[in-house]
Design a protein. Sequence first.
Length: 333
Amino acid sequence: MNNKAWAIMTEEERVALSLSINHSKSTWEAGEILGKAHYKYLEIHARAKKFFEMFNVYFKKTGDLLIPEDSEITWDRREFIECIIEERMGYRETIKRIGKTSEFSHKLAIKRDTQIIEMMEWLRKHPSPAHRDLHDLIKEFDRWNNFRVLPEAIQEPSAFKRRNKTRLMKHLKNLYALDPFLIDYIKSAKFKAKKTGAKLYLPIFISETAKGFDIIEVKDSEQVNQYLSKELKLYLFKTKDDAEDYGHLVENYMCEAKRTCKIGQKFWPRFRVITKKAANYLDVNNIIPRRSNLEQAFRDIDKIKVDKQDRKENLANYDAGENREKESIFWDI
């Protein structure tokens, strides 16, 4: 066990790990000991397990160094990384600690966010593998931490589905809030696919249409992809069928007068499965290609849930058909 990795974890995380490993407590028993709701304890335990494994591997590779030796990283960026990871400090507390002489001292949050985004981009593109490893460590830490430390613009999806629903719901609402002038701009020749060129299919939600959405054929070019993915966070699909499936799924859910838990339990796994088919899924969710396998376990679980739902629905439809046949009085025909 790496002592530095253990020290980074909070007291709650260390206790949660100890209760399950050293004392063989069930999740319910451990949750009661910590005084946490069961779902909350499960998050704490999953985070503890992830951080223990992640930091053990990282520090074994770096010789207990969080920031690469002889790195040219500026003092305030170094302080920012050490505060949020080693001391598990919050964003505002970290900014206050660094002080007014830092590049993070801007009064406007958007200016501070820009500095953090530039720092992360600098780490991501650094020629040294050690700096790129640090970039990935910060990204993964942000996904699993009990609060986000990176600006929303570069956040990857949270490791916890419950926390992702807020972000995904915001995404769905934004789909229906696109300005009509912006929609006309997307439909213009600048984006429109040529008959002979490569194309992608973009679902646009327009209430005036019969089914509630249109499918627009757009150019499959880097410029178009970057604008629609990074600026507007809209999904693009390689096939029209996938775009139609996405459109119908979202429209049916958003038009529900009362979205119950049961409806949500059916919708969200299907939504996650269909969005992962999008050609620009990684770009929309700020996931760099070398980290594209980070949600593989969740993908498999969602696919299993959707397949199970489909089997149930097919069986119900089959049984309903059989019942109708039994109720018919064939001998009277």
